[in-house]
Design a protein around this ligand. Structure first.
Ligand SMILES: [Zn+2]
Length: 81
């Protein structure tokens, strides 16, 4: 069984993320932070990247803007202390 044949999930199931305004969880834009190696050839980004609760995020459908924390689904799950 490979990843390619695995049924696709949405952002709701993968990241507990969805637009708080229209509810879609297929495509959200997020501001990420990553590290790059800068050389005379230019900057080459590392594979790892991350976002924070305060990173800006926007919905590709309704253009709702907010922070990652606002797009995180917390209902129905245990809230971490
Ligand atoms: Zn939306």
């Amino acid at each position: 069984m490979s990843i390619a044949t695995k049924p696709r999930c949405d952002l709701r199931s993968e990241y507990d993320m969805a637009c708080p305004q229209c509810g879609q969880a297929e495509a959200l834009s997020v501001e990420i932070t990553c590290t790059a190696t800068l050389s005379i050839d230019g900057a080459e980004a590392y594979c790892d990247h991350y976002w924070e609760e305060a990173s800006s995020r926007s919905c590709d459908v309704c253009d709702h803007h907010g922070t990652v924390g606002e797009f995180r689904i917390t209902s129905g799950k245990a809230v971490q202390a």
